[in-house]
Structures are given as structure tokens and as C-alpha cells.
Design a protein around this ligand. Structure first.
Ligand SMILES: Cc1cc2nc3c(=O)[nH]c(=O)nc-3n(C[C@H](O)[C@H](O)[C@H](O)COP(=O)(O)O)c2cc1C
Length: 477
């Protein structure tokens, strides 16, 4: 049985991938007495690139030295760390074989998640969570285990239906192996495509007791909340109820997709969750999406919520992982009332609508998109399909069109798709150098709240900190 939630935090800093919610941001928010969340999405690739770029400050190496299985951290450092950093050269890629990973690939996933949570928790006893996307299935198990090894307090997960994750957390806390069903397009009822992770193998037989984190499902509808609270094997511990104004991926509107004149999905009455139903489920819930005002927090509390989750405001603070230049330019645009987002129905290979900030020089601009040669080098947002030989294959709608079509994909699905994996890495200062020598371009996501994000900048300053955001949101502490 999961532990009872004790004093749930009022404020959750949203999990923002890739590494926008990094250990520095989560640590800062956690030390302020709230729930700081690190992004677990692609955290193995983040670690590999940070090491190749010289591991400024030695934080990755310090965290890896604390990894409990002897030799694992050292091997990763030996393989990827480049003293002084490789600059302007192509970075070594890690294996994209993730559903049946080698021992080394699995070790890397576990150690990377461990390191991010370890650093976020270092030197204080505040709460830290980790965020994953349900759609990114192949890497989830090792990364959840790594986060638990570092004592993660909460796991949050959306972009899909995370119905088996609470049971996985129970199993890992008990030192038992767990499996995760992988959604495979074209799978037959006889197929059984799963990823599997065994803590005993990972720990080389030296299991240690692990606390079971709380699990919060990120939902946009009361129907899904009801299912996760009443109809699955191990129930969730609470919810984050996210509106389509939130940054990152959004749930698609219910029913047939309709676009407005600008080409954005139209949301209507049916997309508004019934909070009475959610409240009556009796579990704590937080409201997310455009909730970064003291009055909106009060309104959430009055509606029975435990608090709010805020993303965009924290994405532009000094501690966030976004490149300094992105933060400065977007804060400037907001000051001039010119910061805008477009909810792109096709950009993300995941098929979910994805919010994109309109910003010169990024993939939000047609010419930058057209100039990038399609290539899939990270592969987190690939989807699995059943090959003609009955085995599982992987394809991404943003990979070269002929490859995608050759794997049975529909050419229509490739139109306007953007390589989020490469762009989101570039956003946080970890761009790959393309074979032609240019850096991978960026593509910035944010919620509608980006329009007003300059409000957090204190008078006379150019930037703001996580503490400025928290002071603004909760002026009475
Ligand atoms: C830059 C950015 C990246 C995000 N990435 C993720 C993500 O990887 N997973 C997730 O569950 N939510 C993600 N979100 C959503 C936030 O966690 C949060 O729920 C949302 O931002 C709240 O709405 P707000 O942006 O209006 O404050 C992201 C948001 C932003 C701004």
C-alpha cells in the first residue's frame, strides 16, 4: 500500500522536459518549501551530453560517484566525460535500442535519473518529484528505478494513460521486477510487447530498501481521473488537472479535431473537466495551466484543490535549464507585449498538440524548419509498430519521409512534424552538431502565460529567480 500523503505542497513546479526542469530549478523550489520536479524525459541523453561538454562544476561526476552500484558511475564517466568539453564537434550518441537495452544502456538510464534527483535533493530535506511522459515508454522503467534509488518523493506522469505505473512503483519498492506494456501499432491479441526491469539484476544482487513515491496522474478530464482513481490495479495518489493553456504537450480536444482560422485546435465545453467529480474522488488534486496568479491559486483552493502546478513562470527563471539567450529574448518580447504561442496540432511526433513560442531563428519559423535535414538520432518520441516478421519496430513521423514510409508509416503523418528530441536538447544548451556542421536548431515551448512572463522580473532587474516567482505567487508565504 502507498503511504498516506502528508501535508501535500500547495505549489508544484511543473516537470518540464527536456531538462528545463533540471536539478537546479527543482532544488531551488524544493528548498523554498514547495515541490520541485525534475524532468526525467531523455535524462540519459542529457547526462551523456553534459559529460561530453565538460561537466561544468563537476556536478554530474559528483552525483555519479554517489551511485550505489560500484563501478557503474565510473564506467559512464570513462565512456563519455571529455575534460574541458568538446566544442563545435559532433557528440557521441547513445544507443537507440531501448526496449531490450544492453546492461550498459540500462545502467545509464538508471544512473542518469539517480543523478538528477540526487542533485535536486542534495543538502536539504525538501520534496522532489520526477516527471515522465506516458508516451515515452521504452525508457520509463529504468528511469523510475533510478529516481527511486535517489529517494524521489513524487512521480508525475501525463501525455497518455499511466494506468500501470502505480503498480510498478509498488513492485520496485518491494525489490520486485516490473513490466510495462508497450503500445505497438498493428499488434495482434496474441502479441505481448513489453519492457521489463529487474531491480535485483540492476543492483547486482545487493537490493536496498526504497521508499515508495506518491504518484500523481496528469489528466485533462474527469473521466480519466475517475478511471485512475477507481478502476486500475493500484490506484493513483492524486492528480494534476491540466488545462489546454499549459505549456508543452496538451491533450487533444475531445471528439473530431477542428482547427480555427489560425490553425490551432478548438477546445470547447466538453474539454472542461468537471471538478466536482474530481473532488468527490477524495484524492488531492492540483490545477495546472495559467494558474500563476495569487487569486488563481486562491480560487483553486476554494474549488477544493490542494494547490496548483506552475510551469511557464519557472521556465524563464534563472535556475531553469533554458539557454540564457532564449530566456532573455522571450522576457524582452513579453515586456513589449509580443510574446506569443501557437498550439501546433502536428509539430510533435507524439501526435499530441504542442505549444510553440513564435521566435526568430527557431523551428517555429518556416525557413528554419525547411533548412533542417530530417534525421532521427535520439528516438524518444518514436512509436512502436508491428513489423511484417511479427517483431517490434520503431518509426518517427519526423524522421526522413522515405524511411518512415518504408516502415509502413503514412506519408500524410510526416507533414509539418518537427524533431522535438533534437530541438529540446538544443533549448537547454545541449545541441548536437549536424553532419553539415551547423548546430541543431531550437524550438521553444511555453504556456499561454508566456505573454506576461516579464511580470516576475523585479524592478530594475533583467531576470528573475525561482524565489521571485514563489514570492509573487504566495505573497503571504
Ligand atoms: C517549457 C515547458 C516544458 C514542459 N514539458 C513538460 C513535460 O515534459 N511533461 C509534462 O508533464 N508537462 C510539461 N510541461 C507542462 C508543465 O509541467 C505544467 O503543467 C504547465 O506548464 C502548467 O501550466 P503553465 O505553463 O500555464 O504554468 C511543460 C511546460 C513548459 C512551459
Amino acid at each position: 500500500m502507498p503511504d498516506m500523503i502528508q501535508d501535500p505542497p500547495v505549489l508544484i513546479q511543473g516537470g518540464m522536459g527536456v531538462a528545463v526542469s533540471n536539478w537546479r530549478l527543482a532544488r531551488a523550489v524544493s528548498q523554498l518549501g514547495h515541490l520541485g520536479v525534475v524532468s526525467g524525459v531523455a535524462i540519459d541523453a542529457v547526462l551523456v551530453r553534459r559529460l561530453q561538454l565538460g561537466d561544468d562544476g563537476g556536478h554530474m561526476r559528483r552525483a555519479l560517484a554517489a551511485f550505489p552500484v560500484p563501478g557503474v558511475g565510473e564506467q559512464i564517466i570513462e565512456k563519455y566525460y571529455v575534460p574541458g568539453g568538446k566544442h563545435g564537434q559532433r557528440l557521441v550518441q547513445m544507443s537507440m535500442k531501448r526496449d531490450k537495452p544492453s546492461r550498459q544502456t540500462e545502467d545509464l538510464g538508471v544512473a542518469a535519473a539517480f543523478a538528477e534527483v540526487f542533485l535536486a535533493k542534495e543538502g536539504h530535506d525538501g520534496l522532489v518529484g520526477v516527471n515522465h511522459l506516458e508516451k515515452v515508454q521504452a525508457t520509463t522503467l529504468p528511469m523510475l528505478y533510478g529516481a527511486m534509488l535517489a529517494g524521489v518523493d513524487y512521480v508525475t506522469m501525463g501525455a497518455g494513460i499511466p494506468k500501470t505505473i502505480p503498480a510498478v512503483l509498488d513492485k520496485f519498492a518491494a525489490g520486485q521486477p516490473a513490466e510495462l506494456r508497450i503500445d505497438v501499432k498493428g499488434a495482434t491479441p496474441e502479441d505481448n510487447f513489453r519492457s521489463r526491469f529487474d531491480p535485483v539484476e540492476m543492483m547486482r544482487g545487493e537490493l536496498r530498501p526504497l521508499a515508495r513515491p506518491q504518484f500523481l496522474g496528469i489528466v485533462s478530464s474527469h473521466v480519466l481521473a475517475t478511471m485512475l482513481a477507481t478502476k486500475i490495479e493500484v490506484l493513483v495518489d492524486g492528480f494534476i488537472v491540466e488545462a489546454p493553456t499549459a505549456g508543452g504537450h496538451n491533450a487533444p480536444p475531445r471528439g473530431k479535431l477542428r482547427l480555427d482560422e489560425a490553425g490551432e485546435p478548438i477546445y470547447g465545453e466538453r474539454d472542461v473537466p468537471d471538478l466536482d467529480v474530481i473532488r468527490d474522488l477524495g484524492l488531492p488534486f492540483w490545477l495546472a495551466g495559467g494558474r500563476a496568479e495569487p487569486e488563481q491559486i486562491q480560487e483553486a483552493l476554494d474549488l477544493g484543490a490542494a494547490g496548483v502546478q506552475v510551469g511557464t513562470a519557472f521556465a524563464y527563471c534563472d535556475e531553469s535549464g533554458f539557454e540564457a539567450d532564449i530566456k532573455r529574448r522571450v522576457i524582452d518580447l513579453s515586456r513589449q507585449s509580443q510574446a506569443q504561442v501557437f498550439t501546433d496540432p502536428v509539430a510533435s511526433p507524439s501526435g499530441f498538440p504542442f505549444k510553440v513560442v513564435t521566435l526568430e531563428g527557431t523551428l517555429s519559423q518556416e525557413n528554419v524548419y525547411e533548412n533542417r535535414r530530417r534525421i532521427c538520432e535520439l528516438g524518444y518520441l518514436r512509436s512502436a509498430y508491428r513489423r511484417s516478421d511479427g517483431k517490434m519496430g520503431w518509426r518517427c513521423a519526423a524522421e526522413p519521409v522515405e524511411l518512415y514510409v518504408g516502415k509502413g508509416g503514412d506519408e500524410k503523418d510526416t507533414v509539418g512534424r518537427k524533431c522535438l528530441c533534437s530541438a529540446l536538447m538544443a533549448n537547454v544548451g545541449l545541441p548536437q552538431v549536424q553532419r553539415e556542421g551547423d548546430l541543431e536548431p531550437t524550438l521553444v515551448t511555453s504556456g499561454d502565460d508566456v505573454a506576461e512572463v516579464a511580470r516576475f522580473v523585479p524592478p530594475g532587474a533583467d531576470s528573475f529567480t525561482a524565489a521571485d516567482v514563489v514570492r509573487y505567487l504566495l505573497p503571504e508565504g
